[in-house]
Design a protein around this ligand. Structure first.
Ligand SMILES: Nc1ncnc2c1ncn2[C@@H]1O[C@H](COP(=O)(O)OP(=O)(O)OP(=O)(O)O)[C@@H](O)[C@H]1O
Ligand SMILES: [Mg+2]
Length: 251
């Protein structure tokens, strides 16, 4: 569904942040992107969404190069839903207004049908639909940002740290909601996460970035059992594995 091929990218005149990244994500799977702060996770997601243009390489959706299609056009054509790392809801708008922002391009009847369906799927939002988003808990805000992305029925859902700032219990609830979306819709979900072990518990496959390159990749279950992952995430040096046999963790 999504294929990132040898992408090099950075900001303005600055250095390359992504230094030759390959990534693939299929329909019906959750792919998680892991790695330390500043390694380029959000930049990679912004590249897939189209906020950052690759300097080299390509981003393809169903075989078609989408690097040059503007972000708003992708959303309008139901290609992609993007939930950014921060500021993903408008606090001064109500829950309903936030969700409907994702549906401005739809006919009003269709908008209403989809909104009603989302309210059935997410009763915690339904009971608060006329409240300001500022009155929601962190977990409810994440579900709200998911619902706003889902109302446009995207083929690909891009999530930047959906568990940021959440307690372990709420993280679990948000990840369950994401897994439910995959199982129900067969959507392709690409999710950046800091919470590596929780994310591997829900993802199908994972890529671990280090300094703008893929240091490890593989099936989530294989990576979860990989002592190298524990080493990396419990204080090890990611750079020591860059360049090692990357296929080792690939099942
Ligand atoms: N808009 C921007 N302009 C210039 N440099 C940027 C911009 N956004 C990010 N960077 C730089 O790109 C590098 C990678 O940032 P990125 O946000 O992709 O990292 P990340 O892996 O998502 O980190 P975190 O885990 O902290 O969210 C950092 O050095 C950062 O300073
Ligand atoms: Mg980030």
């Amino acid at each position: 569904m999504i294929r990132v091929e040898t992408v090099r990218a950075g900001y303005d005149e600055g250095p390359d942040i992504l230094r030759g990244i390959d990534l693939a994500a299929a329909a019906g799977e959750i792919v998680t992107i892991l790695g330390p702060n500043g390694c380029g996770k959000s930049t990679l997601l912004k590249c897939i969404a189209g906020f950052v243009r690759p300097r080299d390489g390509s981003v393809k959706l169903e075989g078609r190069d989408i690097g040059a299609i503007p972000v708003h056009a992708k959303i309008r054509h139901h290609h992609m839903g993007f939930v950014p790392q921060t500021d993903n809801v408008f606090s001064t708008l109500t829950v309903a207004e936030n969700i409907l922002l994702g549906a401005r391009h739809l006919q009003s009847v269709e908008r209403g049908v989809r909104f009603t369906r989302l309210m059935t799927q997410y009763p915690s939002l339904a009971s608060k639909q006329d409240r300001k988003a500022s009155a929601l808990s962190g977990g409810e805000r994440q579900i709200l940002s998911l619902a706003r992305a889902l109302i446009s029925h995207p083929k690909v859902l891009l999530l930047d740290e959906p568990s940021a700032g959440l307690s372990p219990l709420t993280t679990h609830e948000v990840f369950s909601a994401i897994a439910e979306i995959r199982d129900r819709t067969g959507m392709c979900i690409v999710m950046v996460e800091q919470n590596a072990f929780e994310a591997l518990g829900v993802a199908d496959r994972a890529y671990v970035l280090s300094l703008g390159r893929v240091a490890l990749e593989g099936r989530a279950s294989v990576l979860l059992a990989d002592p190298e992952m524990r080493h990396l995430y419990l204080g090890g040096e990611l750079t020591t594995v860059a360049g090692n046999d990357r296929s080792r963790a690939t099942a």
